[in-house]
Design a protein around this ligand. Structure first.
Ligand SMILES: [Cu+2]
Length: 67
């Protein structure tokens, strides 16, 4: 398992939080958004899922993964 904290721009409300958490959840990972800090903490199985796929899922929702 791996844990990363991504800096994500553009999240502003509860709707954004649930979109991001759902998109990452659909990949079989778990995401916890911190709106104030503009971060998304992701726990995932790095033998099954790449970090790139997670970033892509977040960006598909319309947010920018800064790192
Ligand atoms: Cu929002």
């Amino acid at each position: 398992m791996a844990n990363v904290i991504l800096n994500v721009e553009g999240m502003s409300c509860g709707h954004c939080v649930s979109s991001v958490e759902k998109a990452v959840g659909n990949l079989g990972a778990s995401a916890t958004v911190n709106l104030a800090a503009k971060t998304v903490a992701v726990d995932y199985d790095d033998s099954k899922l790449s970090l790139g796929a997670i970033k892509e899922a977040i960006e598909e929702q319309g947010y920018d993964v800064v790192q």
